[in-house]
Design a protein around this ligand. Sequence first.
Ligand code: FE2
Length: 192
Amino acid sequence: MAIWPRIGDTGHDGRVAQLAIDIGRELGMGRTELEVLGRAGLLHDVGKLGIPGAILDKPAALSEGEWRVMRTHPELGLAILGATGRFTREMLAVLYHHERVDGAGYPHGLTAAEIPIEARIVAVADTFDALVSDRPYRHAFTYAEAVARVRHESGTHLDPLAVGALARVLKSRRHSVHGHQQQSFSGQPSAA
Ligand SMILES: [Fe+2]
């Protein structure tokens, strides 16, 4: 059942969107919720529009001061979307996608179920895709290494249910969210 247009490998945001949808479907979410997840995945880092390019594009690890600036992007994203004057579930995912279930995340240090489910799912998709992507200061982890690292962060950084769903999605589809590894990320809807 196609519930979302083919997104394809349109970069990190597109891959996060599709993977968030797939995780949500695995968790039994309905069409409306999956559409929210897709939009949330595409928009999760919209606040980076307000981060200086010298930080976004720095070809090295960020300093602590630069990280402080970078960590404002969820709230900047909320401000951008809030300019519409409407409140949506997507905005919750944008604001809270860097929260951690152990409360050590940002911007508000929410814990576990305090974090909206959309944000917990986007966090898992975002973390996994970041791991299998090159960074200025490290090469991409292999697919297997990334899965292991995400599992290791289950219950501390990441929501265990969403991590479990991610593992099942990846195993059943035998594809990677990274276009350069294994099968390309096709955005094909599941058969469910
Ligand atoms: Fe982010």
